[in-house]
Design a protein around this ligand. Structure first.
Ligand code: C2O
Ligand code: CU
Ligand code: CU
Length: 497
């Protein structure tokens, strides 16, 4: 169902020079996977995330300018505990306004860290976050309108582990021992320097880098114990979609999606993850065989929409009706002699806490527009590589001073989301949702839990209920999580009360 359009092939040809120069300097494969330090954030004062500029040698001996939270690149993993309050200070030591958005948490608008809550250089934001979300893998990142793509690209992002002490799950859960954060990002390097450079193709599809970083490291190696290991995958790429699997095709189980545990482990050999999504998987390494975590290299990233493919008669130019053109190495895995803490079979059921949302009170329709002035205008823009492209939802681009709609607190709504040209990862702030329909197909097993990003490739239906308020001063966002689309206006905002 991933068709490529003729225009995409033309765009790729225009962008070819950047692909040629990308490996002027070789990476040293096999650096150990860095595990971001854990920061336990609870009711005590003193936990500070300090956004700052830095440098990092992604390639040996070549330094790249970066941004990070209390580190040169990315930030610590925040551990929050359900039922407690998390007190955190976010300092801005960069030279531009930033925000700290707690992606996936259920917080009132004034704590959510959206674009209205930007704070300037030298300022500190000190939110107290009531943590009442089920156990999950979430994340945080800057969210300044028009700057999200560049700020996240340079490093203003990190992972959040939310624990629920009342739920006892027989899954691996020792951070850095059998439970690993994997923050996956594609990046472009020119002579070894991390570069953000939008080619013609990226104007429309979103940025595609040619090298993959995991936790900020190229081609890392991870040594795991022999037994069950949990990998928390976060797609923190600007636009790229991954199809994760193991190089030997081994089966693994997905145990959680964006918002927490699935009702039952899902056996699979390939896992689709679009930008902003998370998945926790458990793999069995008791055979002690070394293996690689890989991804299909999905050409053109999000160019999956059947409608465009059909319209352009696409699907032929770059082959494959899957759109896959090769394999990306993500992570090398070696297995130590040490037996894992957890081994054997996974439980048949997991203590997922899916809300009973009941019947929707109303329905809202959304169409994600690659060009708010119409489809043909957008195609022409892209073919001539013109800048300043606007994108939108339901025909209008994001406007910080306009509230797009109001949602009554605590009422279940059905949202129907469609896209006019290509597939998009659709994200909503302030609540998790349940996916009830995906492009006329059955809901993917991996989208059966609580979600906050859904891959929209054809008409997608979700049920959502907002239990946290948001005012016009700090409304909730809904947007495409391809950051180049979001920054160009494929975003809206709403109040809840
Ligand atoms: Cu991950 Cu509105 O963001
Ligand atoms: Cu978010
Ligand atoms: Cu998009």
């Amino acid at each position: 169902r991933h068709f490529l359009l003729a225009g995409a092939a033309a765009g790729a040809a225009l962008a070819a020079p950047m692909l040629v120069t990308r490996r002027a300097i070789a990476a040293e494969p096999g650096a150990p996977l860095p595990i971001p330090p854990l920061m336990e954030v609870d009711g005590r004062a003193g936990n500070t995330l300090s956004a700052r500029a830095g440098t990092r040698n992604f390639y040996p001996g070549v330094s790249s300018p970066t941004l990070g939270f209390s580190q040169d690149y990315l930030g610590p993993t925040l551990r929050l505990v359900k039922g407690r309050t998390a007190k955190i200070a976010v300092e801005n030591r960069t030279e531009a306004p930033i925000t700290a958005h707690w992606h996936g948490m259920h917080l009132p608008g004034h704590l959510d860290g959206g674009p209205q809550l930007a704070f300037g250089p030298g300022e500190t934001w000190t939110p107290e976050l009531p943590v009442n979300h089920p156990a999950a893998t979430l994340w945080y990142h800057s969210h300044v309108h028009g700057e999200t793509a560049t700020q996240v690209y340079r490093g203003l992002a990190g992972m959040i582990l939310l624990d629920d002490p009342e739920i006892d799950v027989p899954l691996p859960r020792t951070y850095g021992e059998d439970d690993f954060p994997l923050i996956v990002q594609d990046r472009l390097f020119r002579r070894g320097v991390m570069t953000y450079d939008l080619g013609h193709m990226d104007q429309m599809a979103g940025f595609q880098g040619s090298d993959i970083l995991v936790n900020g490291t190229l081609q890392p190696k991870l040594t795991v114990p022999a037994g069950l290991v949990r990998l928390r995958l976060l797609n923190a790429s600007n636009a790229r979609t991954y199809e994760f699997g193991f190089s030997d095709g081994r089966e693994f189980h997905q145990v959680a999606s964006d918002g927490g545990l699935l009702p039952a482990p899902q056996a699979m050999t390939g896992l689709h993850l679009s930008s902003g999504e998370r998945a926790e998987i458990v793999a069995d390494f008791s055979d002690r065989r070394a293996v690689r975590l890989v991804s299909a290299d999905i050409a053109g990233g999000m160019m999956g929409g059947g409608s465009m493919g059909g319209m352009m008669g696409g699907g032929g130019m770059m082959g494959a009706d899957t759109g896959a053109t090769g394999t990306l190495d993500i992570l090398s895995i070696e297995v130590s002699e040490q037996p894992a803490r957890v081994s054997g079979a996974l439980p048949a059921r997991l203590p997922a806490t899916l809300p009973d949302l009941g019947a929707p009170v109303r329905t809202r329709d959304f169409t994600l527009n690659v060009h708010s002035g119409g489809m043909m205008g957008s195609m022409l823009n892209n073919l001539v590589g013109r800048d300043g492209q606007t994108m939108g939802i339901n025909g209008s681009s994001y406007d910080m001073s306009r509230v797009d709609f109001h949602v009554p607190l605590g009422e279940t709504e059905r949202w129907r989301i469609n896209a006019d040209m290509m597939a998009h990862p659709f994200h909503v702030h302030g609540a998790s949702f349940l996916v009830t329909g995906m492009g006329g197909r059955a809901v993917d097993p991996q989208a059966t839990g609580l979600k906050d990003v859904v891959h929209v490739d054809g008409l997608t239906e979700i049920l959502v209920r907002f239990d946290k308020p948001a005012t016009a001063e700090a409304p909730f966002m809904y947007h495409c999580h391809i950051l180049e689309h979001e920054d160009r206006g494929m975003m809206g905002q709403f109040t809840v009360g």
